[in-house]
Design a protein around this ligand. Sequence first.
Ligand SMILES: C[S@@+](CC[C@H](N)C(=O)[O-])C[C@H]1O[C@@H](n2cnc3c(N)ncnc32)[C@H](O)[C@@H]1O
Length: 245
Amino acid sequence: MLAFDHSRDRAVQNMFDRIARRYDLLNRVISFRLDSWWRNQAIKAVLTVPNPLILDLGAGTGDLTFAAAKAAQGNGRIVGLDFSLQMLRLAQEKKSRAPQGDNTFFVLGSALLAPFKDAVFDGVMTAFVLRNVSDLSLLFAHAFRVLKPGGKFVSLDMFPPSKGWFSILYGFYFYRLVPWLGGLLAGDRDAYKYLSESVRQFHPPETVATAIEQAGFERVTIQRFLRGAVCMHVGEKSIHSARNA
Ligand SMILES: C[S@@+](CC[C@H](N)C(=O)[O-])C[C@H]1O[C@@H](n2cnc3c(N)ncnc32)[C@H](O)[C@@H]1O
């Protein structure tokens, strides 16, 4: 696993600050709005108890946080953590318009420090963040630490799809067209070039699953969408777990 690299984290933080204003629009365009459906799958997996307190690591502009608050129907509280002030500013702006937005709370901070007490959250989720962090095992260790025994950790992220006709089409779209769209719609081709390269260079989903297990999670599963271009990992913190990170 990679070492905790502050300069890389700082570069990622600056990049998300830069593209924040256009982030939601680009997300919808690039994913053909499928991102909302994937988020809902993650939320179904993480909401396991009534009145849950859920943590969203790398919440960005809050789409997963808000969708979880809506799904909890006013019965839960969802905390979104992110280290990009500009992404969180937008989340804060969207909060007043979002259904059950009053049940969402945003915190500026690093997912690699997770400034929360041990075993306080009923569920921990994260979407499209793993490729951006300099130390995956540290993120998983903190997710494990802040989760209550019996709680679930759910991650959604992008991976290179399995080989075949779809991966050829995907390669053209994601590695060539998306940076161009990023230049056109967000005025930042480099940021979207980084996005597609971060997928190309990411670990296979099985390696990510192993890192999740190594953090202490059990019954780790991988669910593949779009021939593996998006994967959802789910892990449980055993009810008998005495171990914290
Ligand atoms: C691709 S965006 C995803 C945002 C949101 N989860 C979503 O589904 O739209 C990645 C987010 O992770 C945040 N991020 C990346 N590394 C982080 C870290 N180490 N600590 C906190 N936030 C981080 C970025 O600032 C950015 O807002």
